[in-house]
Design a protein around this ligand. Sequence first.
Ligand code: NAP
Length: 377
Amino acid sequence: MKRVGFVGWRGMVGSVLMDRMLAEGDFALGFEPAFFSTSQVGAPGPDVGHPTGTLRDASDVRALAEMDAVVSCQGGDYTNDLHPKLRASGWRGMWIDAASALRMKDTSVIILDPVNRALIERALARGARDFIGGNCTVSLMLMVLHGLFARGWVEWVSTMTYQAASGAGAKTMQELVAQMRAVVGAAGGLLDRDGATALELDRAVTASLAAPDFPRRELGVPLAASLIPWIDKAVDGGQSREEWKGYAETNKILGLEPPVPVDGICVRVGAMRCHSQGLTVKLTRDVPLADIEAAIRDANPWARVVPNTPEASRAELTPAAVSGTLAVPIGRLHKLKMGPEYLGAFTVGDQLLWGAAEPLRRMLRILLGAELGGGAP
Ligand code: NAP
C-alpha cells in the first residue's frame, strides 16, 4: 500500500484539497494517508472517513521519508526548508506541492493536466519526482485560453487581474472580513437613519479606512472598500513577482519555444474567493469569433463560454456566481477597436480549485494510477 503524507492540509489550499478529495472518494483509493503539522503535532488528524492517528511532525525528515509521496500545501518557506533535506536524505518519493518555491527548477514539472497532461507523462517517463501546482491566475488563464495556444493563434497576452483575498491565504481572508466589519461598524448605522445621504455614508467609510485601529496586520492597508495594485514583492523591470510568473509559468506549463509574451498588472480586490482577469489577446491572425469560441469550448470540459451580453455577464461571470465551482467561464469575448487581431475577454475562476488544489489532487490520482474522471464543472 502506498503511503501519502499531507502537510498544510488545514490552510486555505489544503482544506479545499481535503474537501475535494473527500467529494471525489480519493481517500478510498487504497493508499495510507498520514497527516503532518508544523504547529499541532500530536493533535488528532482530520476526519477523512477512516482513522488517521495523530498529527506527525512536519519537520521530521525521517517521518516524511517513510512516505511514497508527500503533498504539501504549507507554503514556500516550508518547501525551501524541508525539500532539500528530504532529497539529501536519499528520499526518492514523489513531491506534490502548491507553493511556488520549486516551480521554475529544471527538475520540476508545473502540473495542470487538462492543459499539459502530455508534458506530465513525458516527465514521469524520464523519472521526474517533483510536481508543482502553477500560479493561480496563470492556471486559470490557461484553462480558458489553451485551445487558442494549441492552435498557434496567440502572439501575446496582456492580463489585468482582479485577485481575491483567498489567494493570500486563510489569515488574509479573515482580515478582509474583519475590515468589512470595521467599515460596517463605523458607517452601517447611517443606513437606518432617515435622510442620511450617500455623501455622509462615504465620509464615514473613508474615515474608518484611515482609523489607526482599522485591522491591517496581514495586508498593511485597507482592502475592503478599496484595492491593492501590487501582489508579492518587486522584481526587475517594474514588475511584481506575481506579474513575472505570468510569462515564466505560462511558457513552462505549455513547453513553448520560442516563448509567448504574457504580461500585465496584478491587483488584489475585495473578493473573497475567485480570481478574475481582463484579457487582451493579440492573435497571430484574424480568427473569426465563432472559431475562437469553439476552440475554447473544445479545450476541456471546464472552460465555458459566456455570451457577451449584459445579462449573461452579470449572472455568470462574477466571483459570486463562480465561487466553489470547477467551471472556468470566459466571456466579454469581442474584437477590440485596435483591429481584428485583438481579442478582448474577461474570465473568472475559483483559484482555490483549478488555481491550487485541483491540479494537486489530480496529480496524486495520476501517480496512484487512478481514473481522472471526477470534477463536474
Ligand atoms: P494558508 O491558508 O496561510 O495556510 C498555510 C498554513 O498556515 C497552514 O497549513 C497552517 O499550518 C498554517 N496556519 C496558521 N494559521 C492558520 C489559520 N488560521 N487557518 C489555517 N491555517 C493556518 O496558505 P494557503 O493560501 O493555503 O497557501 C499555501 C501555499 O499554496 C502557499 O505557498 C501559496 O503560495 C500556495 N498557493 C496558494 C493559492 C491560494 O489561492 N491561496 C493558490 C496557489 C498556490 P499548520 O497546520 O502546520 O499550522
